[in-house]
Structures are given as C-alpha cells and as structure tokens.
Design a protein around this ligand. Sequence first.
Ligand code: SF4
Ligand code: SF4
Ligand code: FES
Length: 239
Amino acid sequence: MKTMIEFTIDGVGVEAEEGSTILPVALENGFEIPHLCYHDEVSPYGACRLCLVEVERGGRRRLTASCTYPVLEGIQVLTDTEKVRKARRMIMELLLARCPDREALQELGSQMEIEKPRFELREEECILCGLCERVCREVVGANAISFFSRGYKKEMGPPFRDPKACIACGACVYVCPVDCIKMEETEEERTIVRWERTLPMKKCKACGQSFAPWFQLEYIKEKVKLPKDFFDVCPDCRG
Ligand code: SF4
Ligand code: SF4
Ligand code: FES
C-alpha cells in the first residue's frame, strides 16, 4: 500500500503519494507554476529552475526547484511570494537573453511582463533543459544524444556529433519545450534537422505509403522481439 503524505500549498491542504515531487502535485491541484524541463514520463532534472517555490520546513524557508523536491509530511509550499516572483523573473530574463527568438520563452516572458532582458543577448535556440536526452534515454531507449562540452560551450547533441544511434523516431522533437528540434519528412526519408540524422522511410508492401523510418522499425522489432515481417505492412493495412 502506498503511503500518503499531507502538506500545504499556499495554505491549502493537499495529499500526495510518498515519492512524488511538489510540481506535479501542485499542477494536479490547480496551482500554476511555470516550468520548462519537467515531463511526467521522465525523471525530473531541475535544469531550467523556472519552477522555483519556497518551502518551509522545520521553521526554515528556502527557495527550491519544485520538480525535484520530494513531498514531505507537514511542509509548507509557497508558490507566489515576492521572493519566488523575483527569482523566476531573473531566470526568465536569463533564458530570454540566451534564446531571444523562441516563442515559448517570449510568451512566458510577457506573462511576467518582461519587455527586454537586462542581460547581453545571445542567439542560441536550445535552453539546455536536457528533456530531449531524458526522453531519448528513458522512453525510447536509444541513448542517441547527451550534453557535451562545459560552461559557455555546453551543448546538447549526438556524442562526437555522430548521430548513428538516432533512430529518427521524433520523440525529442515533440518534447522540446522551445521547439528547437525540427523534423522534415518526405515520402523517401525523414530528417531530424538538429541532429543531422536522415533515415530512409519504410514503404508499406500493401498500400505503398511510407509510414516510419526503416531503422526505427528495425530497432522496435529487435527490442520487442517481433516477427521479421511484422512491419512489412503499415498499421492501417494490418487492420
Ligand atoms: S529522434 Fe533520435 S535523438 Fe530524438 S528521441 Fe528519437 S532516437 Fe533519440
Ligand atoms: S534541444 Fe530542446 S529539449 Fe533538448 S536540451 Fe535543448 S531545449 Fe531542451
Ligand atoms: S521544471 Fe523544474 S527546474 Fe525546470
């Protein structure tokens, strides 16, 4: 049986299973906390820091990322104090200065009434949230991308810029919170533009339509031990 933990968020009593973290519980209970690097299908990483809240525990209050902080009996979580708003605003300004052209950031920035970040503008597209890497590793199981270099030069991408492990499944494309991983698809091939990975598409033997990158289907077949001819026809024709 799961142990339930009771605590408060902005003075309202909530209950959550032991092992959860504050952010999903707050969101489920209708509290608004901005967040970029959290996804409920993968482990939290605490990269963007936008989900900061104040947590009061044992008479001490501290600012912390709510996506990684575990729920604990009797803690008081404060999502909208002056300190929280100020810290989030600063983080938002840093993100906007790094990637000024990303629409998702511009929207969040305008919600916080940030007209122009106070910091030097750069022209990056990626906020280094690591979500694509966690999805690729934990959900897809391909381990095709990771962080490399350090400090100012830190980047996300295929190790040694060789995308050979990428099966072009597109999962990272869908989860990137700032939409900076693009996918292009023709009848013949699919390209994950950011990782420079292009793979030929498999055509259905029955209807002749392309339905997924050939390499991706081979990978799935191998992983779940499907019959050799399983993907000869597309899901529509298989019925
Ligand atoms: S498209 Fe490539 S990098 Fe992206 S999740 Fe799939 S295997 Fe990983
Ligand atoms: S490419 Fe997107 S998902 Fe990956 S680290 Fe950068 S911002 Fe995050
Ligand atoms: S959502 Fe918590 S640090 Fe990014």
